[in-house]
Design a protein around this ligand. Sequence first.
Ligand SMILES: [Zn+2]
Length: 320
Amino acid sequence: MSDRLQELALTLSGPESQRQTGWVAWHMDYAHPLPEGHRFPMEKYNLLPEQLLFEGTLSPSHFFQPGQLNDQVLHLAHTPEYVNELEGGSISPKAMRKTGFPWSEQLVQRERRIMQGTIQAALHAVENRIGFNIAGGTHHAFREHGEGFCLYNDLALTAFHLLQQGIVRRVLIVDLDVHQGNGTAGIMQGVSEVFTFSMHGEKNYPFRKMQSSLDLSLSDGIGDKEYLKLLDYHLNRILDDFAPDFMLYQCGVDILETDALGRMGISIAGCRERDRLVFKAAERCAIPVCASMGGGYSPQIRSIIEAHANTFRVGLDILG
Ligand SMILES: [Zn+2]
């Protein structure tokens, strides 16, 4: 970790910063150490805030450190059995393998931090139009199991928490990661206050897709023009028909043409235009947005960071 980030971590953990003033959730534990050669690019959770601070898009005062997640909140989206097994380490090796991460106490605590990060960023967004989590978008986590690098589902937890507290009435989850938001769709079956919209690669994982409120399964190699046209049309139609008062945005950057897992053909400029469309649509309908990061597996880490940084630049420009 750089000196700049170490200083940020120190400031955020200090006694004066217990009161949340920033709107970007980050914790030094987000970048969790993984075995050598693991394909998940953990370093992005440090490189992204580093870049945003370096270029001046964000200053240290924009950040906050998520607090402790309450068990009752966790149970809004996950069964006590699953939570107990995962947290106590008695989860079966098979179930753990499905998550893609080796089990450790620190890994579980990290996931709890991330969940709380999205919840607090969303509460900030309710007041100030926009909030971000520099992690999260863990859309493959189901009510009773985790998979695809997701243990708990921050989108579902945040939606349920805001609804339960009576802070919002109707939530739209816009999931633009290249992978379908199968966990979110599964958890939200029959929940009429939440609309799940997923645009994803038809041939990408998960191979057995769940049913979202609206799924757009896109063919391999889809380019900027067609992608953006579909997004613009459907997103605005959903906003008008469903009339949500809050949006959760999963802004994964594995839609990039350079991505090692994704099969789409979206350029960095197209990905930035995607973000602009989403924030502009929210602005038009005067609804707050909380964005969580999602995936990104381009071989060059700089493509991942540039695309994620664009989401902050554009979001701040429109709603900041
Ligand atoms: Zn993904």
